[in-house]
Design a protein around this ligand. Structure first.
Ligand code: FES
Length: 119
C-alpha cells in the first residue's frame, strides 16, 4: 500500500481518518473503532439513511449512552462490531466496511484509496 495511514485505535474512541476523494471529487472519511472483542473495525463515515457523514461535521461519532456509532442527523445507532444499524430510519442496514491491515503493534494500516467491497 502506498501512502498508507497508520492509526492507533483505542477502546472507547472513534477516530476519523481522511481518505482520498471519490471519483466525483467529494470528500471521504473513514471511522476507526475498537469493538468489544478488542479488535479494530473500519467503516466508511457515511450514514445508510442519507449518504452524509455520521457526525455531520461535528466529529462526535459515539453515542454517550450506548457507546454505539451514532448518526447525529436523525439518530441512527450502529453496532461497533459489524456496523449493523439497530435503531433509527435505516434500521437493518449496515455501514460499509473498509479493508485494512493490522501491524505487529496493533496499529491499523489503511489505504487512503480504500473502497468498500462491492456487494
Ligand atoms: S442521515 Fe443518518 S439517520 Fe438520517
Amino acid at each position: 500500500m502506498s501512502d498508507v495511514k497508520t492509526i492507533e485505535p483505542k477502546a472507547g474512541d472513534a477516530i476519523l481518518v481522511y481518505l482520498n476523494p471519490d471519483e466525483r471529487g467529494r470528500p471521504r472519511e473513514a471511522v476507526v473503532v475498537v469493538a468489544d472483542d478488542g479488535k479494530p473495525r473500519v467503516y466508511l463515515n457515511e450514514c445508510k439513511h442519507i449518504p452524509i457523514p455520521l457526525d455531520a461535521g461535528t466529529a462526535q461519532l459515539l453515542d454517550d449512552e450506548t457507546g454505539m456509532l451514532f448518526c447525529g442527523t436523525h439518530g441512527a445507532l450502529y453496532r461497533l462490531e459489524d456496523g449493523y444499524c439497530t435503531a433509527g430510519p435505516c434500521m437493518g442496514e449496515t455501514l460499509d466496511p473498509l479493508p485494512f491491515e493490522v501491524d505487529e503493534n496493533g496499529n491499523v494500516l489503511l489505504s487512503p484509496d480504500a473502497e468498500p467491497a462491492a456487494t
